[in-house]
Ligand binder design. Structure first.
Ligand SMILES: C[S@@+](CC[C@H](N)C(=O)[O-])C[C@H]1O[C@@H](n2cnc3c(N)ncnc32)[C@H](O)[C@@H]1O
Length: 465
């Protein structure tokens, strides 16, 4: 950074300074002001008085790390339950009591949404998660081999780092995962299964992934490797499945890409089934190894009932469920409407959804495989929906999707978002419309906590016109 710019900043690189923290930020840090200048302090909590050291300087803010917590507010700072919380990048807010996590999420969401033209009573208080420990139904650990011992390290990376934290116990995940992963570590060592090293291009295993049907007890292990050549695969699998009756199958997913995407396109079943079943709100879902499914099963039940409560449908509507995954929202909403059209780009997820339709005897859902941006126009022209549900990934919706919806006769939209930045961008398009299009009005914003102990927030937004 240019010296002239730095002069106006009341901090210099590596400077140590005392600061009081006022609120949480939407990441790994909390915010305070030093001589009126905004500073994000890693892993701090509101009420903290800390001795900090500047790590990054920008013209309008700085980042800092804690050297010493000199004082704290016991209402806000507690001992984290997890032994590796201080280093692990998996969750960020365990040092706050749960009710304060909710309070801070409410504040952050209101802050994010303040640029929208809505009144504060349209933003409802966040819905707490029924479980705050052991709630995650899925784990996806990257792995490394420790050269000296041949042991596998498996866990989450440190925050914004390539350092892997070897996790033996993670309190936000289902307990079964600790046991299965420990067994994989042990058996992998026995059969000399080595982690893939991207710098030497040697080794095989990239990720260990386990998912669990919380309501069915079915677990599925997927080993992500660079090819299908897992040595001693049958012995490995038999030993593992013998130990864990919950395992209904073990798969290999092949990923030979150089990106940090977890899964490749090819999955083969080594033994058993390549999917689990899960039951949500009385509906049985088939979920394959690499298909998307909400990670907090019990809170997913509330997510679904909130969507139907907000929509207040007559039963005569046609509804498009864009980004439908394995059909979670499509199958649930089928009983509230005349017809549902689900759109999803991953073929396997559509196949899963089709199986679930049959198993649940649901006959009013049509599933379309393809990108929403390519299918929405035709979907709207053919089926003339009054209602659309958008549940996109973090990047939000392509502009043409939102414009097509504004141009149509859709009356109600539910937008489910896990990223407030792209949510605001997309709501602005939906509300204003572009050129001569007709915009929507935001009626209600209902935050829901799908991810206790992390800064992540999910919002359900009802728009109407
Ligand atoms: C946040 S998930 C929601 C899935 C589903 N609504 C649920 O709650 O289980 C987003 C889904 O969109 C799919 N997806 C991502 N980009 C897409 C696109 N451009 N077109 C269609 N589907 C897409 C992903 O594969 C994933 O299944």
């Amino acid at each position: 950074m240019a010296k002239e710019t730095l002069k106006s900043i009341p901090l210099s690189e590596n400077q140590t300074f005392e600061i009081e923290i006022t609120s949480m930020a939407y990441d790994n840090s909390a915010v305070g002001r030093y001589k009126d200048f905004v500073v994000f302090v890693d892993r701090a909590a509101p009420g903290d008085k800390v001795l900090a050291q500047a790590t990054t300087l920008r013209h309008n803010y700085a980042r800092a790390k804690i050297l010493e917590v000199q004082g704290s507010d016991p209402l806000y700072r507690i001992e984290a339950k997890c032994k590796v919380f201080k280093v692990c990048g998996g969750c960020q807010w365990q040092h706050l009591p749960y009710e304060k996590q909710l309070e801070q999420k409410n504040i952050l969401i209101a802050d994010f949404l303040k640029t929208l033209n809505i009144s504060s009573d349209q933003i409802k208080p966040i819905i707490p998660s029924p479980d705050i420990w052991n709630y995650r139904n899925k784990v996806q650990y990257p792995v490394r081999t420790i050269q000296e011992t041949g042991r596998l390290k498996a866990g989450y990376f440190e925050w914004h780092s390539n350092e892997l934290v070897n996790i033996k116990h993670c309190p936000i995940q289902n307990n079964l995962f600790d046991e299965i992963i420990e067994a994989v570590r042990n058996i992998a060592e026995k059969y000399k299964i080595i982690a893939y090293d991207s710098s030497t291009k040697k080794g095989w295993l990239r990720h260990i992934c386990v998912r669990l049907g919380i309501n069915t007890g079915e677990a599925l292990l997927t080993l992500v490797g660079v090819d299908l050549g897992l040595s001693n695969s049958q012995m490995f699998v038999s030993e593992l499945m013998g130990k864990f009756p919950q395992l209904v199958g073990v798969c290999i997913n092949v990923n030979n890409q150089t990106t940090n995407v977890i899964y490749g396109n090819k999955t083969e079943v080594l033994k058993g089934k390549g999917y689990i079943n899960e039951i949500v709100n009385g509906i049985k879902f088939k979920i394959s190894a690499t298909s998307f499914f909400q990670v907090n099963t019990l809170q997913t039940e509330k997510l679904l009932s909130t969507i139907s409560d907000l929509l207040q449908l007559s039963g005569e509507e046609v509804l498009v469920d864009a980004y439908c995954g394995v059909g979670l929202i499509s199958l649930y909403m089928a009983k509230f409407v005349k017809k549902v059209i689900g759109i999803e780009e991953i073929k396997q997820s559509i196949e899963d959804a089709k199986t679930s339709l049959q198993e649940n005897n649901i006959n009013n859902v049509i599933l379309i495989n393809g990108k929403v941006e390519n299918k929405i126009q035709q979907g709207i022209e053919t089926y003339k929906p009054e209602v659309i549900i958008l549940d996109p990934p973090r990047g939000g919706c392509a502009k043409n999707i939102l414009n097509t919806i504004c141009d149509s006769d859709v009356r109600k939209i539910i937008y489910v978002s896990c990223n407030p930045s792209t949510l605001i961008r997309d709501l602005n398009i939906l509300c204003l419309g572009e050129s001569n299009q007709r915009g929507f009005s935001i009626k209600t914003i209902q935050p829901i906590d799908m991810f206790p102990h992390s800064y992540h927030t999910e919002c359900i937004v009802l728009l109407e016109r």
